[in-house]
Design a protein around this ligand. Structure first.
Ligand code: NAP
Ligand code: ZN
Ligand code: ZN
Length: 348
């Protein structure tokens, strides 16, 4: 074991503050990574503040990790010292159940191990990317292209895969109309990826000020959902609605925008339930669905797709000690479009 500086929150109602954690020495299958950049996901806020329940403290959030390999175990086959590496939301799973075998480790029947706010199978707590180093089994480490701007790659490890996976699952492509609800970290990646896949993209946002950005990111249309009659003329328009909203809101106002047989998939995970009027689904055989991050193989596929299409996140770089302010700004939808922590600021 060795010590690593980190930022942690000690309790649901506390701010994040400097903290020291221990990491395991790399075992035979482990990759030791110096973390260079760590993205800030809204799930970090939900969990740090125990909005979903079950949070464990002290908590070191962060599951959008990119850095360089500084050591490898004797049996590591796929990584070399000095290479770039990424770590997303998962650091282990049982690897044998039906879901793991299918490459959907996020749905592991034993329960996969999250990068933070989780426990390894040996009972040790996991700590995330708001720290200077991490040690992860090579099967859960991703290859990152040297071609892309590294700091803007970090958000792909969660925001990228969480939007890529449902777009692939619902076979988005040319000739399809996709609406992305909420233009934050996930939403802006959803727009870029759906547009790169050939779909016509519409952004549905509460922030009028984001219209020009939505179009720059690849959207053709923009709907300000706060306007009265915002959805007039948009009924039965979309094959897929990718709903990334982090706060409770009405699903019923969005469902009528789906075509017959259309799907609204939730990726945004508001902490409290929303009612749904069955008729909005029944009348056009619409579906309300959900999607959780993506498996390791698909995450690599997404990173390779982004390298091929030159897609990265739009980021605002912050120092580690600006994290509490960044959380407050995200709560006001004031982020364009992902905060990324420069981990050099934690080394001191
Ligand atoms: P974010 O950057 O804070 O963006 C959320 C966006 O939602 C805001 O920018 C805003 O966009 C919109 N919004 C916020 N409050 C709203 C309200 N009251 N009504 C309508 N729209 C509102 O968050 P994020 O990191 O993209 O994460 C979004 C959600 O996805 C979070 O709940 C997060 O936990 C969840 N998540 C889920 C997965 C998964 O695997 N399913 C993975 C990662 C994250 P506008 O300004 O455009 O309205
Ligand atoms: Zn996330
Ligand atoms: Zn499994």
């Amino acid at each position: 074991m060795y010590s690593v500086p980190a930022y942690a929150t000690p309790a649901a109602d506390a701010a994040l503050a400097p903290h020291t954690i221990t990491r395991r020495n790399p075992g035979p299958h482990d990759v030791q990574i110096e973390i260079l950049y760590s993205g800030v996901c809204h799930s970090d806020i939900h969990q740090a503040r125990n909005e979903w329940g079950g949070s464990m403290y002290p908590m070191v959030p962060g599951h959008e990790i990119v850095g360089r390999v500084i050591a490898i175990g004797d049996h590591v086959k796929n990584f070399k010292v000095g290479e770039l590496a990424g770590v997303g939301c998962l650091v282990d799973s049982c690897r044998t159940c039906e879901q793991c075998q299918a490459g959907d480790e996020q749905f592991c029947e034993t329960g996969s191990v999250g990068t933070y706010n989780s426990k390894e199978y040996n009972g040790e707590p996991t700590y995330g990317g708001y720290s200077t180093q991490i040690v992860v089994d090579e099967n859960f480490v991703l290859h990152v292209s040297e071609k892309l701007d590294l700091k803007a790659v970090a958000p792909l490890l969660c925001a990228g895969i969480t939007t890529y996976s449902p777009l692939r699952h619902w076979k988005v492509g040319a000739g399809q109309r996709v609406a992305v609800v909420g233009l934050g970290g996930l939403g802006h990646m959803g727009v870029k990826l759906a547009a790169a896949m050939g779909a016509e993209v519409t952004v549905i946002s509460t922030s009028d000020s984001k219209e020009a950005d939505a179009k720059r990111l690849g959207a053709t249309h923009f709907i300000n959902s706060k306007k009265p009659d915002a959805y007039k003329g948009w009924e039965k328009s979309f094959h897929l609605i990718l709903n990334t909203v982090s706060a409770p809101h009405s699903y019923d106002s969005l469902l009528p925008l789906l075509k017959t047989n259309g799907t609204m998939t939730l990726v945004g995970a508001p902490p409290t339930p929303s009612e749904v009027v069955g008729f909005n689904l029944i009348m056009q055989r619409r579906m309300l669905a959900g999607s959780l991050i993506g498996g390791i193989k698909e995450t690599q596929e997404m990173l390779d797709f982004c390298a091929e299409h030159n897609i990265v996140s739009d980021v605002e770089i912050i120092n580690m000690n600006q994290i509490n302010e960044a959380y407050e700004r995200m709560m006001k939808s004031d982020v364009k479009y992902r905060f990324v922590i420069d981990m050099a600021s934690l080394k001191g």
